[in-house]
Design a protein around this ligand. Sequence first.
Ligand code: GDG
Length: 483
Amino acid sequence: MEKTIIVSNRLPVDLKYNEGKLIVKSSTGGLATGMKSVHSEGNGIWIGWSGLTEEVISPEQKTEVNEALAKEKCVSVPLNQYDIDNYYYGFSNAALWPLFHYFQAYTEFELVHWQSYVEVNQKFADVVLEHLNEGDTVWIHDYQLLLLPELLRKKRKNITIGFFLHIPYPSYEIFRTCPWRDELLQGMLGADLIGFHTYDYVRHFISSVERLKDIEINFNEISYGNRIIKVDSFPMGIDYNKYHNAALEHHKYPESSKSELMKNIDFHNKSNEESKLILSIDRMDYTKGIPNRIKSFEYFLNKYPEYKGKVRLVMLAVPSRENVLQYQLLKKETDELVGRINGDLSTISWTPIWYFYRALPFDELIDLYVSSDVAMVTPVRDGMNLVAKEYIATRTKENGVLILSEMAGAAKEMHEALIVNPNNFDQTADCIKEALEMSAEEQKTRLEALQKRISRYDVERWAKEFLKGLKVAKNTVPVQIAQ
Ligand code: GDG
């Protein structure tokens, strides 16, 4: 029986040893949710790294881990600490991540990182090949595995391979700076369908292929050898009902649903019932524009001082890649900015920025979404950004305004948000004011349009459309030119 194999850097399960006992937790992340129906179908499997390096588990534990994973229809790719340091933190996160997000100055091109990236992509290929049969479909995810499509294609001609990139694809002028640009493109071209979040990324990819390879391209079809490779945009959605229903539940039981965190913020604000909340949620990553957001909030308070004491920015920054220098520097910059602004502007009854550096459980996240009047999603560069869509899904009371960066892939689908250039503090300050003063009627009109679109193109639909596109791509045969 033909099956679909999903491949990503991390498996959709979290494994941990706690006092010698193995704890297995399924991931509730967007990708895991979107792929649920694909993964559970027939004898489909998911291949990826378990999160435990070879060094930290004994041979007996390894058997236990593999058995636990098998129950979840998962297969692990064994990676050691060297792989994680060089393939993951090295080439993936210190070269590809900054490069593809236009942070050229942060990009490190190290030969040992690249060599490890090649080796680890081969490790993934070896595990996939062990499980792959003629007629199977493989769906590969993201920038850590750009070489995998070609590694599989070389060994098995008749399988169907889809590749989806979750981060932006940069313009050719940026991409060309990578010393291994040809190898990366070659790797991706092993797929039958290459998917991106937006049409701009598609265009950039096609332009790289055109300039670096002597290949015929017809609109979004690349003729390569005896194959046709399709390139298309598939904007990723969210599990809309999960967020919407959680917000409805929250409103049903407002007191018991209130998190300690929100209770605390409210307590400190009891003197001013009219005060509004602006929400900011992201991983602590330099692509997310956190310092810019803080600075534009300060700029807003200085440009419109009548808002001092009447609005607070609640900022959740989730720890991420903490052992990478650029992330440590960003944390330091953020801590200092928040400290300085709060020091400068706070009064006995008002603290302008409420900053939390931690991850929150889902219910508390919903509490934050539901309690906010405005959400500021202003990355300096972002493949899509799901937080923007989740905020919209939780607005069950027809109010709330989204301020969204034009640099996020999501801006291409969410025109009814207030769209800003995150580097333009003056424009952003005006948008904050506009959001805070927007009439109830206008909020409702904008939200309705956004909710209609986001609920229709949810994450399950995204996965279905991609697989449908993959089938069509595989069945497209090159037209033979008559001699
Ligand atoms: C990459 C691309 C693209 C956040 N804090 C907590 C928490 N979250 C959840 C959010 C959301 C997810 O994490 C973040 O997704 P984003 O899309 O915003 O950003 P990345 O992690 O950078 O994702 C991005 C995405 O891939 C998909 O293709 O959109 O552009 O960079 O779902 O809700 N969840 C919980 N606690 C938190 O504290 N439980």
